[in-house]
Design a protein around this ligand. Structure first.
Ligand code: PAF
Length: 280
């Protein structure tokens, strides 16, 4: 496995591999890799000849009040996981190279990114689209793999790829969960054992909402009432949003249509922000 830190070297390596007809798969990450990322890597390996994992904690997607400084940085652990899962190249650029002092260009999607997490994290997706556009230009992937857990991020990236005619296939991997249903996330390591117990309620609430929809309930209010009731059984959990939106544009729907929407939830579990979703 090769570890590349230089942007120029990454770009020239990819250009040379592409000229040999090899398909490149990219898994963009911020490190602190876990089984969820391993499944993204497996998807990339199935779809490409050369699998590249980028590791970069992207400052532009964090608000000043958020956990950028605290975000786990575990390069040795991450490299071992990548090696174990057969990654060909890890691209781990420095912050100064990605955002030199003179940096001034941003990519912004203006519809899909504005609801849900976009309300409480106004510049978050602008940071995500900017870093992904940069990574796509550097790594030149044929396929880029993202996790369904970040459903809005997937929809925003899909829209950017489409709007900007980027020649990239977007692959979305299913959410990997703990035994009690908690979606795997690098932020789960912030949870104390006590908080961890309550975190399982998020998937329980989503599953209850889905089971109502599966049983023919089409009323958004009825399903959301059930979800918020279950989340409300923990005094540690504060709901940021619980909404039913269409999968492509992330806009609120009036009525549930099976196969077209999802329940998306974000909440604070004390000081830890968790998100999850379930397709209906
Ligand atoms: O999902 C993430 O880890 C990040 O938002 C991403 C896509 C790597 C961009 O920094």
């Amino acid at each position: 496995m090769q570890v590349i830190r230089s942007i120029n070297e990454m770009q020239s390596t990819s250009i040379s591999n592409r000229s040999k007809g090899q398909l490149i798969g990219l898994v963009p990450t911020m490190g602190a890799l876990h089984e969820g990322h391993a499944s993204l890597i497996d998807t990339a390996k199935e779809k490409s000849d050369i699998t590249i994992v980028s590791i970069f904690v992207n400052p532009t997607q964090f608000a000043p009040s958020e956990d950028f400084q605290q975000y786990p940085r575990e390069l040795e652990h991450d490299l071992a996981l990548c090696e174990k899962h057969g990654v060909d190249i890890v691209f781990a650029p420095s912050e100064e190279d990605i955002y030199p002092k003179s940096y001034s260009t941003f990519v912004e999607e203006n519809v899909v990114s504005k609801g849900l997490c976009g309300i409480s994290r106004p510049n978050h997706f602008r940071g995500v689209t900017t870093i992904c556009a940069k990574l796509f230009n550097i790594v030149r992937p044929d396929v880029a793999v993202f996790g369904q857990k970040d459903a809005q991020q997937c929809a925003v990236i899909r829209k950017m790829i489409d709007d900007l005619q980027m020649p990239i296939e977007l692959a979305i991997s299913p959410t990997i969960r703990e035994e009690d249903g908690l979606a795997k996330s690098s932020r789960n390591q912030y949870l104390t054992p006590e908080q961890r117990k309550d975190a399982g309620l998020i998937f329980k609430a989503l599953s209850e909402g889905k089971s109502l929809a599966d049983n023919g309930v089409q009323s958004v209010d009825r399903i959301i009432a059930e979800v918020t009731h279950t989340l409300g059984t923990s005094r540690r959990l504060r709901i940021i949003y619980a909404s039913i939106v269409d999968k492509m544009m992330m806009q609120p729907v009036k009525e549930v249509k099976s196969g077209e929407c999802l329940i998306a939830v974000a909440c604070w579990l004390d000081q830890v922000r968790l998100i999850d979703n379930i397709e209906l």
